[in-house]
Design a protein around this ligand. Structure first.
Ligand code: BGC
Length: 251
């Protein structure tokens, strides 16, 4: 039975979340643990925080496969960018760093890719054909692309330049908070962002994820778009579930 259990950890620019997951039904079998991302987002500090989190699962977590997702382009276990964490991550052998500290093999992927995989397995993108874009609205804007349910990794559509600006600096949830925008004013920025995605990629479906997706009633109905747009079913647990899924423990 334990073969369908895995630990998922979702590292963000603001918080680090983790839980033990049952991959059979895509459910959390422990409470979700959440701690702040260490100030500065330095590699050693983040690794240490994740080690402590996993130790905190005690015997329940012993020997379980670990999947970790992170807010950067991840190629062959290396972090190739760093938008809301220390620039020291760029070019780092991140997967190997975590494996050494945790003394076990892990899977390490982009956070929005993890969320997209989870929504495809258990949530809003399940059985949806064609192109689906999962867009996480948090500290940054993450993008996970699925075609017929298959992940196309490392899309960085949050960094599209729109009206001369990095899109996430205007339309991420952090921009709403930083500038104290009303839902209506924020929705105008999202409208511009999602319209641009549609013009470039013509998706069948856009899934809105990130913590703010639980408040979707305040802004999703304000968006007038050609593709369907729906909130993520797994809300802010999608990264944890997707990272755990990528360990392969479900098969
Ligand atoms: C990063 C992405 C990440 C997204 C959400 C962006 O700033 O470049 O890799 O998926 O934030 O965390």
């Amino acid at each position: 039975m334990s073969s369908s259990l895995a630990i998922g950890v979702d590292i963000g620019g603001t918080g680090i979340k983790g839980a033990i997951v049952d991959l059979t039904g895509g459910t959390l079998v422990t409470d979700r643990v959440k701690v702040p991302t260490p100030r500065g987002g330095e590699p050693d500090d983040i690794v240490e925080t994740v080690v402590q989190m996993i130790d905190g699962f005690g015997v329940q977590g012993e020997g379980l496969p670990v999947g970790i997702c992170f807010p950067a382009v991840v190629l062959h276990g290396r972090t190739m960018s760093a938008a809301n964490v220390s620039k020291r991550w760029i070019g780092l052998e991140a997967e190997a760093l975590f494996e050494k500290a945790l003394t076990r093999d892990i899977r390490f992927i982009n956070d929005a890719d993890a969320a997209a995989v989870a929504e495809a397995k258990y949530g809003a993108a399940k059985d949806v054909g064609g192109l689906v874009i999962l867009s996480t609205l948090g500290t940054g804007i993450g993008s996970g692309l699925l075609f017929d349910g298959v992940l196309i990794p490392n899309a960085e559509l949050g960094h599209l330049e729109i009206d001369g600006k990095d899109a996430e600096s205007r339309a991420a949830y952090s921009a709403k908070e930083r500038e104290s925008l009303s839902w209506e004013d924020w929705a105008k920025r999202l409208q511009r962002y999602f319209e641009t995605l549609d013009a470039l990629l013509s998706p069948e479906l856009i899934v809105v994820g990130g913590g703010v997706s639980k408040e979707y009633a305040h802004f999703v109905p304000l968006l007038k778009l050609r593709p369907s747009i729906v909130p993520a079913v797994l809300r802010n647990n999608a990264g944890i579930l997707g990272a755990a899924w990528m360990t392969g423990a479900a098969s």
